[in-house]
Design a protein. Structure first.
Length: 259
């Protein structure tokens, strides 16, 4: 059985679900990187250890059993944890990992085939005109100098299903908590789709309402992107059996306390 215990978790990261095959979900706080870009990033990453970019996995050895200890204990093989999806550092919530490399390839294939349910919660300025909507857009994604920018008016089809969970009309800023289920996985998709409908996500420093962000930060101390990966669920085939995996990361209190 793949070992999913005693992980060198990064700051505030929690294990929220795992199964006997080595699949697991972690709850990542806002501000923590899905993976480090260099060694200096390791202390603020999902796991506080080395990340192998080519293989898309974290790697470490158990304490006291590495060749460097010099204490005569047997050398332990390196442990690896494969990263199955990514969240922007500013986005919190459920992120998937796997302790089995072969299974990791299978789950990544499910992502490519869009067979994984992903549900996000977003606190936005404004209130949608309808309680439920299907958002379809054609986006453009550009990357310059390592910075990704996404906009509307492109050729990349993007779809998300939106449901209003809560709303607050009083006060200087009408606010709504939205459930967003992306059916495509474009970079910054949900942030752009919200902004293009005049529903910018609270705290979005790239696509948001900067004046409203400053005002709400000053009044309530809210200084994060209010986008959260709430739930991930899917079925998968492994070793002749069908398995179901589901993970839920509770919505952070800072997304709820203004409603």
């Amino acid at each position: 059985m793949p070992d999913i215990q005693d992980l060198p978790l990064g700051p505030g990261v929690r294990l929220i679900a795992h199964d006997a095959n080595g699949l697991a979900a972690l709850d990542k706080p806002a501000g923590v990187l899905s993976h480090p870009n260099d060694r200096a990033d390791e202390p603020r990453s999902l796991l506080h250890t080395r990340y192998v970019r080519d293989g898309e996995y974290y790697e470490w050895t158990s304490q006291g059993r590495s060749p460097e200890t010099g204490n005569g204990t047997p050398d332990a093989p390196p442990r690896r944890l494969w990263l199955l999806n990514r969240l922007d550092s500013a986005t919190s919530g459920a992120i998937l990992v796997c302790a089995d490399g072969d299974l990791a390839r299978e789950i990544r294939a499910l992502f490519l085939r869009k067979q994984i349910l992903k549900v996000y919660h977003a606190l936005v300025f404004g209130i949608p005109s309808q309680a439920r909507q299907i958002w379809r857009d054609r986006l453009v994604v550009q990357k310059k100098g390592g910075v990704i920018r996404t906009g509307t008016g492109g050729n990349i089809p993007s779809e998300a299903h939106m449901t209003v969970l809560r709303q607050q009309r009083s006060g200087p800023f009408p606010l709504a908590l939205l459930e967003l289920e992306p059916r495509t996985g474009r970079s910054h998709q949900l942030r752009v789709q919200c902004a293009s409908r005049h529903l910018p996500i609270v705290g979005d420093a790239t696509y948001g309402d900067f004046a409203a962000n400053r005002a709400i930060a000053k009044k309530h101390g809210l200084k994060r992107l209010c986008l959260h990966s709430h739930e991930t669920a899917f079925d998968y085939e492994w070793r002749g059996r069908t398995h179901t995996f589901r993970a839920t990361a509770p919505t952070p209190s800072e997304l709820l306390r203004l409603l």
